[in-house]
Each structure stands twice: as C-alpha cells, then as structure tokens.
Design a protein around this ligand. Structure first.
Ligand code: SF4
Length: 377
C-alpha cells in the first residue's frame, strides 16, 4: 500500500436501513426513496469537490458501509458507483468491498457490484442462533444467510467477510462453537467478531440491557481466537481474522493511520494529515456536503492528537506498534515519552515488548481502552 497522500482509501457511508437494530450506534435511518435521491445528489457534490480542489486522487480501496448499502435501489446503487468511477481512477489491485445484509443480497445488486469491479463482500450475519438474532433485533433467518452466501459463491464472489457478535448475556461456549462452525462451513475468507457493548444513545442503553460480565466475555474472546486459529484464520487485529492473503486492505489503511476519505453523513476522513467528520444528520449533510473538508486555511493538526491516533490504531494490530516507525514519524522516542505508563502496563500484563515492537497481550486486546487511556499523550 502506498504511503502517498494522493493514493487513498475511499469510504462511502450509506445511512439507510430496513429496520434499526437496538444495539447499533452507527448513524442510520429508515430507508425512503425521496431521501435516497437527496443523498445521492449530495454525494455527487462531495465527490466533485475532491476532484476539483485537490491533487489527483487514486483509490487503492473502496468500502461501501453504513447503514446498509445493499438497501439502495439497483438504480441508485448503479448511479452511486458510476459517480465514484467517473471521479477517481483506481489502482489495478483496488480492493472494493460492499457491506450487505443477508436479506438484501440479490442477483441484480451483485451483478451491478461486479460490473463496477467489486471483489469483496462483507455480510452482517451476527449469529447463527435464532434467539440471539431476535435479541439483537435482526430480521434475517439463518436460511437467508445460507442462501445469500450460496449466491456469492455462485457469482464467484469468494472473498467475503462474515460479521459476528459475541458476549450476549446468556450465550454459552457450545452455542458460540455452533455459530463459529456454521460460519466456517460457509467458507468466508475473513471473519470479524465484535463483543457486544452497550453504546450511548442506543435503545439497549435506554433499556439498561447488559452484556455478559467481563470475565465471561474474555473467556469467549479467548475461545474465538483459539478456535479460529485452529481452523486456519489468523488474527491480525482485535476483531479481525483472515485466511492467508485475505486481510482487509481497506481496514488496514485505518489501522496504520494512512490516508482515507470518508464521504456521506457521519463519515470520517484522515486526509492531508487532518481528521474531520461529516455531520451525523442526513439533512445537515445534504445542505452542505463539503462543510468539514479542510482548506488551505484549516489550522495544522495538533501533534498530540496524531500521536494518540497513531497509538490507538497500531496497538489494535497483532503486529503491534513499531518503535522505529514511531520515531521516524514523530521524531520522538516512544519508550522515553511513555516511560511511566509503560512500566504500569507491563506490570499489569496488558502490554509486552517483543523485539522492536510493542504488542498488547490477549487481556490487553480485550481491555484495549484501558491501555489507551494510560498512553494518552
Ligand atoms: S446494525 Fe447494521 S442493519 Fe442494524 S441498524 Fe446498524 S447499520 Fe443498520
């Protein structure tokens, strides 16, 4: 992947969903055909702004996320992808991913995605237990998941990710094993497993829903790591596991703090060394889709914010944080700058030094927020 600032990853946030899941903190709203059109017009303005106001941009990855990109009507999906292709060239190896929910995987949408070079799909499965799907407010059945993934295979879209959620209050290891077995049987190249957490402003928070306690969740997390490793999936990030050669190049851009442009409401960007974010409101976004994009007058970024971002992204990776890379990027010695918190984190067995890298332990991965709070610059 190029470090050059004009070869970037593009994220497109599609803010519509069929129904709203009670645990979800992403910006989304129920789909409507009118709003889809306003959204599309605003996306075009935002894309044109990047094309007309910055050095030429080439994409090494595209990620349609949300929300539920697969809820867009075929015509809108096709227009959105046409706009992207008319705006930016892509590298010959560009990884193009679309999130899809099992109930909206259809042949016509897969044909459109393939026609625009999409070579990776990410499916929001979450669980293979009916009771867990109901608890999470998911509307698809297990059969629908199998049908959707069979359709991917039929279309030769063999590079796909399955998203799973673990750590629900009444989950057990046998149920977790069953979910993992059924996911693995569908032959994904990639699995993402997220611990259920109760996010601010969600229905689960208002209803005081609690996940399983931390000790049990950690036991389930360890189980997932070991089980997926045994089945040929190498962990490369806190929540990400892949077959050899199938790490998500798009997500690695975030986790190595390389440039990415996020378009659409709530999308964040890290471009020209600046972090910025679109409003989490479709109406506000549509009124001014170029509002937060930096100009020559935007003040230079604060170095301690960049250092914090660098630490919090690199420690997510199994590879860890390279002390040499930190030194060259910030002209600063990490071990001297963080001498006291490092000693504390080594002592708590949350962090370890291996050669020229700092890596979090299994417990540290699970308690990553605690580690990061200690390492605030
Ligand atoms: S979890 Fe996915 S499908 Fe459910 S509301 Fe959030 S974005 Fe929509």
């Amino acid at each position: 992947m190029s470090e050059s600032t004009d070869t970037v990853a593009l994220y497109v946030h599609v803010p519509f969903c069929q129904s709203l899941c009670p645990y979800c903190a992403f910006y989304k709203k129920p789909w409507s055909s009118d709003e889809e059109i306003h959204y599309l017009n605003a996306i075009k303005i935002e894309l044109d702004h990047y094309k007309n106001n910055f050095a030429p941009i080439t994409l090494h990855s595209i990620f349609l996320g949300g929300g539920t990109p697969s809820i867009l009507s075929p015509k809108t999906l096709e227009t959105l992808l046409t706009y992207i292709h008319q705006t930016f060239p892509r590298t010959t190896t560009c990884e193009s991913t679309s999130e899809m929910n099992p109930e909206s995987v259809t042949q016509d949408k897969l044909t459109i995605l393939k026609n625009f070079g999409f070579n990776r799909i990410s499916i929001g499965v979450q669980s293979f237990q009916t009771s867990e799907l109901q608890f999470l407010g998911r509307t698809h059945s297990q059969n629908k998941v199998v049908e959707a993934i069979q359709l991917l295979h039929k279309n030769n879209l063999k590079n796909f990710n399955i998203d799973l959620i673990f750590g629900l209050k009444n989950a057990t290891i046998p149920l977790l094993k069953n979910t993992l077995d059924r996911a693995i049987a569908l032959e994904p190249t990639h699995l993402s497993t997220y611990a259920l957490s109760i996010e601010d402003g969600t229905p689960f928070e208002r209803e005081h829903v609690s996940p399983m306690d931390d000790d049990h969740q950690l036991t389930h997390y360890r189980y997932i790591r070991n089980y997926l490793k045994k089945n040929g999936y190498a962990q490369y990030e806190v929540s990400a596991f892949s077959k050899p050669g199938f790490q998500s190049q798009h997500n690695l851009t975030y986790w190595t703090l390389n440039p990415y442009i996020g378009i659409g409401p709530s999308a964040s960007s890290f471009y020209l060394n600046q972090h910025y974010q679109q409003p989490k409101n479709l109406t506000t976004y549509c009124k001014n889709p170029i509002g937060p994009i930096p100009t020559n007058h935007t003040p230079a970024p604060n170095n301690s914010e960049l250092i914090h971002d660098y630490i919090s992204t690199h420690l997510r990776l199994m590879k860890g944080l390279s002390l040499a890379n930190f030194q060259s990027r910030f002209n600063s010695n990490f071990e001297e700058e963080f001498f006291t918190p490092l000693a504390k984190l080594y002592n708590l067995k949350l962090l370890k030094k291996q050669g020229a890298y700092l890596r979090v332990t299994t417990k540290g991965l699970y308690l990553l927020n605690t580690v990061l709070l200690e390492l605030m610059p």
